[in-house]
Design a binder for this molecule. Structure first.
Ligand SMILES: [Zn+2]
Length: 461
């Protein structure tokens, strides 16, 4: 057992207690006590201790929308229309990935996430060419917790009009279904229950209703999660209206893409009727406000969803759309952008945003009985923030300081499943120097293989 003591604990437990001079007792992978330091000193007088020196401690952050393969193409497509963003840059680069590129990008992405306090994430759509096995091995080695969703698609012509979609990104129905189930059999539950395998079908347009129904049926039989991008841009809503005469949530319900095991991503273009369907079916939402703003997709009606009782979690999205995987920075954005949209400074307070980044994320992964808060019996996933710095001084309210002033660079220590994976800002499980070097080299190689050249707008000498 180890006692972490003298921290300010933002527990996000059922009472939402904040414990000043608090302590966490961790036995193996689990919290066995969460209380005042003095109480735990009396109870466990001779156990080894770690002094947190008054630092702020939160549950591990849960990033519910990640594209691992996009970390290595960070910054490849700024200030572009979505069609050009995908067709001229993102898909062309991704369509040239090798399995070694996929593994290297996953290492870069997980390194960044661990250093900025993310302890669990959902990868949304792994293509076959990224090499699922190599990526699963990185997850296990790094110590992070993850749901890896494997791509499923059956419309070969999806977005191939005007050659948007790179041929390297196209897979067929049988291969994608068979590979997803094979990866589930091989990896689901690995790492003492840290790794899950989900279905990651493409967006409507790339998948027929029949295949969605098959996927959701298979997912129910195996208790698998399903995540899918829905109503990200206005034309997604128009497409469903014109092709099926349905709103996005009506379509999702019709093909089985609703329920506690389903995580819908973006859901920007939803009306009150859609929101009621999500609420009634207990469907989870991954909100990605930075990505939606950068790509000019719009602002999702999140305060309305929360008011209707929808479980909304937070996600960063990927390297070309965010362009970082820093959940702490994105918490501030989440709080502020909805105030600006609604002209109401009381919406999306820091507490609601931290819930989205922790316990709501855990619920969206189906793991809220195991992670998402600092509570006895849960897995010991937590983050220690060092706030002995000017930009976070003074601390009037620790929740506000964390959400509105801190960044992921303020993370000092990260513990997952009781195991320390980041200590004083250094990742203990991955070789940071080698990963950065390899990512730079592979990125250069990838751009030249894809025959894309970055044209800076300013004269560069
Ligand atoms: Zn995405």
């Amino acid at each position: 057992m180890i006692i972490y003591e003298h921290g300010t604990l933002i527990t996000v437990d059922a009472q939402r207690r904040v414990v000043k001079d608090g302590a966490l007792a961790v036995q193996d992978s689990t919290f066995v006590a969460v209380d005042k330091t003095q109480t735990l000193r009396n109870r466990f007088p001779s156990e080894p201790r770690v002094d947190l020196q008054g630092r702020i401690v939160t549950p591990g952050l849960v990033n519910t929308h990640v594209h691992l393969a996009q970390a290595m193409i960070r910054g490849c497509a700024d200030d572009l229309e979505l069609i050009d963003w995908l067709g001229k840059r993102v898909w062309v680069l991704q369509g040239n990935y090798t399995e070694e590129d996929g593994r290297a990008s996953a290492e870069l992405c997980i390194l960044e996430m661990l250093k900025s306090g993310t302890t669990a994430f959902v990868e949304s759509m792994l293509a076959g060419r990224y090499g699922f096995d190599g990526i699963a091995e990185v997850v296990l080695r790094s110590g992070i917790r993850a749901a890896l969703s494997k791509i499923v698609m059956d419309v070969g012509t999806y977005a191939t009009k005007d050659s948007w979609m790179h041929p390297g990104m196209i897979e067929d129905r049988e291969t994608t279904l068979r590979d997803t189930l094979a990866m589930y059999d091989r990896w689901n539950g690995a790492g003492d229950g840290r790794l899950f395998v989900w279905f990651g079908p493409r967006t409507p347009g790339g998948v027929t209703p029949g295949l969605y129904r098959e996927v959701t049926k298979l997912a129910h039989e195996r208790h698998m999660g399903v995540t899918v991008h829905l109503a990200e841009v206005q034309s997604d809503r128009k497409y469903l209206q014109e092709k099926f005469a349905q709103t996005p949530a009506e379509f999702a319900e019709d093909v089985g893409l609703v329920g506690p095991n389903v995580l819908l991503v973006h859901t920007v273009w939803m009306d009150q009727h859609d929101i009621q369907i999500l609420s009634r079916t207990r469907t989870n939402v991954a909100h990605n406000p930075v990505s939606n703003a950068k790509l000019a997709s719009g602002i999702a009606p999140i305060p309305e969803m929360l008011a209707a009782g929808v479980n909304v979690a937070l996600g960063t999205d990927g390297g070309p759309s965010n362009n970082a995987y820093d959940m702490v920075r994105d918490m501030r954005w989440t709080s502020y952008i909805h105030k600006a949209r609604t002209l109401d400074p009381t919406v999306m307070p820091a507490e609601a945003v931290l819930e989205m980044a922790t316990i709501n994320g855990a619920k969206a992964m189906g793991l809220d009985s195991r992670i998402g808060s600092l509570e006895v019996g849960k897995r010991a996933d937590f983050v220690v923030f060092d706030l002995d710095k000017p930009h976070v001084t003074p601390v009037v309210d620790p929740v506000s300081t964390l959400v509105c002033a801190a960044t992921g660079a303020d993370v000092d220590t990260v513990v997952i499943d009781g195991r320390m994976v980041v200590e004083h800002g250094q990742v203990l499980t991955l070789d940071e120097g080698r990963i950065l070097r390899e990512a730079r080299e592979r990125a250069t190689d990838l751009w030249s293989r894809a025959a894309i050249e970055h044209q800076p707008r300013w004269p560069t000498l």
